[in-house]
Design a protein around this ligand. Structure first.
Ligand code: NAD
Length: 261
């Protein structure tokens, strides 16, 4: 449906009767997105993950999203079953505390999952979406991709790269009928954060439940929104950062001292 608001996407997204993929759908936010898509009567929901959570009426593919070869095989299989994929939620991700001087192997693993995932997926479906002038990507970054993640160089860097890729994707394909939404939450109660007391620094403005994040996300997509910030305070922080980057860095150092050092 045509977007009549002032949001970046030409169209709006309604899950009814749609074929939807969720990566990382076996846990946390991905699992909640699957539930939300099902409650909105999607035609089929497909989960691509390293582990299976055996959800009802969900097709599952075991696949490492960081591998283009593996993604290519999975998408070829899915396109044999469905002529068109309406929505792809690139949601799988990993978070690790590190000092930034971690090993090459550590960086490679996180880079492939958190960043190359999106490129691998777009590479294997964009030409079909453009030819049909239809399709939507929901790309999960994080508030850390707009601000930072004190205590994790890999998370800060890969989530910034994700924001950059999602912006590029929407700028490049937005006028060809392809929708893009970028999800940037702060702390969410999921297995990713369960061992961090009160969500650590990501939880300073309160933790949301994954089901709330999924609901807000689908609501915002139904209006055609590009940037989705379930914690509204994130928009205030972006303004503060843009207005005075020097002051912002000094403030973030205080958070680093409080939460990490
Ligand atoms: N939980 C939070 O506070 C929070 C906040 C902001 C953004 N995010 C982002 O939301 C997304 C989901 O996070 P979550 O909290 O639900 O995490 P989670 O750990 O609960 O779930 C992540 C899922 O991704 C899967 N996965 C990991 N690597 C994979 C790979 N290489 N290939 C396929 N599947 C893989 C895991 O098996 C798991 O099922 C991530 O991108 C995360 O960075 C989370």
């Amino acid at each position: 449906m045509k977007n009549l608001n002032t949001f970046a996407n030409q169209n709006t997204f309604d899950a009814l009767n749609k074929v939807c993929i969720v990566t990382g759908g076996s846990s946390g936010i991905g699992h909640a997105l699957i539930n939300e898509l099902q409650s909105r009567k999607a035609k089929k929901v497909i989960n691509i993950d390293l582990k299976n959570s055996n959800q009802d009426n969900v097709d599952y593919y075991n696949c490492d999203v960081g591998s283009n070869d593996a993604i290519k095989i999975v998408f070829e299989e899915i396109y044999k079953k469905f002529e068109h994929i309406d929505l792809i939620c690139c949601n799988a991700g990993i978070a690790k505390d590190d000092d930034g001087l971690a090993s090459e192997e550590h960086w490679n693993t996180i880079w492939k999952t958190n960043v190359l995932q999106h490129i691998n997926i777009v590479r294997n479906c964009i030409s079909r979406m453009v030819s049909k002038k239809n399709g939507w990507f929901l790309i999960t970054a994080s508030a850390a991709g707009l601000l930072s993640q004190v205590g994790s160089a890999t998370y800060s860097t890969t989530k910034h790269a994700t924001v950059g890729f999602a912006e590029w994707l929407s700028i490049t394909y937005g006028d060809f009928g392809v929708g893009v939404s970028l999800l940037c939450p702060q702390g969410v109660n999921t297995p990713m954060t369960e061992n961090i007391k009160n969500g650590g620094v990501a939880g300073i403005n309160g933790m949301l439940e994954a089901s709330e994040v999924a609901k807000i996300t689908l609501e915002e997509m139904s209006k055609g929104k590009f940037l989705i910030t379930p914690h509204e305070v994130v928009r205030k922080y972006i303004k503060i950062k843009a207005e005075d980057p020097e002051k912002w860095i000094i403030g973030m150092r205080k958070l680093y001292k409080k939460f990490v050092n």
